[in-house]
Write a protein that binds this ligand. Sequence first.
Ligand SMILES: NC(=O)C1=CN([C@@H]2O[C@H](COP(=O)(O)OP(=O)(O)OC[C@H]3O[C@@H](n4cnc5c(N)ncnc54)[C@H](O)[C@@H]3O)[C@@H](O)[C@H]2O)C=CC1
Length: 399
Amino acid sequence: MPFDPAVVRASFAVVERRADHLAKYFYAHLFAHNPGVRAHFPAEMSEQRDRLFAALTQLVLRLESPEQLTGYLRALGRDHRKFQAAPEHYPAVGASLIAAVRHFSGHYWTPEIEKAWTEAYTVISQAMTDAAAAVPADAPAWWEAEVTVRHRAASDVVVLTLAPDRRYPFTAGQYLSLCSPRQPQVWRPYSIANAPRPDGTLELHVRRVPGGLLSTALVNDVMPGERLRIGPPLGDAVLAAGSVRPLLAVAGGTGWAQIKALVEQLARDGGRPATVFLAARDDTDHYDLPAVRELVARHAWLGVLLAAPAVGGHREEAVQLLRDGLHGRDSWAGHDVHLSGPPDLAPAIAELLLGLHAEPELIRHDPVPVTFNRARPLTSSEWFLDQRDVAWINRTELG
Ligand SMILES: NC(=O)C1=CN([C@@H]2O[C@H](COP(=O)(O)OP(=O)(O)OC[C@H]3O[C@@H](n4cnc5c(N)ncnc54)[C@H](O)[C@@H]3O)[C@@H](O)[C@H]2O)C=CC1
């Protein structure tokens, strides 16, 4: 490896708590030095700030094992064609990223650190530009897709059917990114909720997120006949090739979308024992029950357990119900495990299942977004003041 990941990580730890300021500085630097790039970003930048910057820094910080990231970076590079990202944009973004970290590092910044960041970023951008360049010239950077069906499945959830304008090859379990002309340049990921269909249509489950630009437009405003833009399929939380193991899936909320696609694919493949836990905030939040019942009625190998408290139940109650349900079995050894839901679900449920003998290499889920450690003290004096549990020596006991 040309650079030392530990150097990069240690240097980021110095500035991590100021991630908000870093992100602002990063975009200000990028747009000031490259005015043409501004048009590639949404008009409203507050939500965007966290995204690109967080994604970038997380990539740099995870570079310990570039071979693990290779597939991901390749997919990311192909996906970025939808932003009309050109090779010349990559050095511009890298320069602004490094300028931001340098600015907030103060006297901690050294030529060695700068070299490590530069080399780490080069590995990432090279992998992404190579991947974009390797895509056949006639392959689309994005697809146009018409909304053909819109079904309000719960007060804040819609199930959309999209018809892409060209063949859209994907594997059940993958997700795509979506953009509406109602919110230009705002791309958000959604799981494809079906196995590939002969008519090529795609099902998406969208919950309105408070303050969410795209989800609000999709749930409130988008109507059949409207056109959306979709990026290439992403993600590798697909069924293990050739597996005959029984399957356990845990879905929270609209995380059901991904699991539904996997169940459909299992059915195509002839079926094998599958247990699905479907968790929701409360009974009324189970939004796709007719489809769930139909799948269960049709496939004897499929069992679905609904876990949701009565209306008015707390989130903790919902989480506990799911945990109790999974504890209903002493061992999940030998199961292919798929987890899909809010960001904290996969790590929490994976940990619980490992305690119930699930095998780590058989657990699959989409990457979990990492949040910055804003609690990290800025200076050594802050660190000292932050230590609430000072282990004072109790002289009477000593005596
Ligand atoms: N729409 C889509 O295609 C997909 C959405 N997602 C994600 O799914 C999430 C769905 O959000 P909501 O419906 O608002 O979910 P939510 O926050 O209401 O959670 C749904 C249920 O999951 C369970 N749960 C949540 N966290 C848990 C934990 N730490 N341990 C155990 N159980 C837990 C609880 O039973 C909870 O009621 C979003 O974060 C979305 O990004 C994931 C994959 C696909």
